[in-house]
Design a protein around this ligand. Sequence first.
Ligand code: NAP
Length: 313
Amino acid sequence: MSKTYDVIILGAGPAGLAAGLYAGRSRLDTLIIEKGQDGGQIAITSEIENYPGQLLEGETGPSLVARMTEQAKKFGAERVSDVIKSLDLSGDVKKVTGNKGEYLAKAVILATGAFPRPIGCKNEAKFVGKGISFCATCDAAFFEDFEVFVVGGGDSAVEEAMYLSKFARKVTIIHRREELRAAKSIQEKAFANPKLHFMWDSVVEEADGDELLSKMVIKNTKTGELTTVEADEEDGMFGLFGFIGLLPNTKLYEGAVDMENGYIRTDDNMHTNLPGVFAAGDLRVKSLRQVVTAAADGAIAAMQAEHYISNLK
Ligand code: NAP
């Protein structure tokens, strides 16, 4: 018979690790289950400079996450690597089944995050963090006075392009159609921004460069014509930001908890519609997806799990 933990946390990104820290500190018997490396999206972020209190020179996503992992461990949270296949979240004892076995707990915190939909061009993975980014808030400052390109035509792409225009010398939106999807009010501001340019009916076919992104092939979606864009010689590189929607890691929970467009609905205290089941971080319906908000969600979820468990006794 498997041991019953107080709380199982699915995902070891900032939300899951903060939940682990707070649960461990509350003396809850805590297990964090993660299928890959710790950190989620910030594990692929080359520099972090907007996490409050973080001032270490050269802080990277992985170095910040390594300290978060250590801190959760210090307070007693166990961590296993496993790929979860199914869950039964309805009863008093929650059952989580992975490749390596079955895990039981009185409460579960879902913190498996979301990931940006990839741009879908050739060599994309090679240049993530070396010119390709999916987070303007995180990376805009690194493109001060450089040229950047933004893929997408929705609210996110246009708003993030305007944010990037505060840093970059020139920002070009590459959109697969000739009309933006973004709200008209957002479009009006974008068209009035002198730094914003548009490449219509276009998709990025291929990214290229030596170490850093310095070349890309653009395909015209109407004519099929291919054009090569090269970085200004003095710059040696350009930025390419993808904002073509996020994909939440919530497939496993479909039908089990309430969702909206694939994101989990919670109240302000991270409660889902199921007793003893909490959600924290980017997989939640929320307005700002950042390390600081994910960590805050995790802390709240863990404290709510503690209240829930003490009321069971
Ligand atoms: P979105 O509204 O789904 O837009 C995605 C954009 O990416 C669309 O323009 C789409 O093109 C394009 N796209 C999708 N797949 C693509 C592909 N494979 N290759 C090239 N382009 C592709 O996503 P979002 O902008 O991230 O917004 C998500 C939700 O959050 C929306 O409901 C949005 O309204 C909301 N949001 C609101 C605000 C705000 O109110 N201020 C800000 C941000 C986001 P097509 O247009 O051709 O389909």
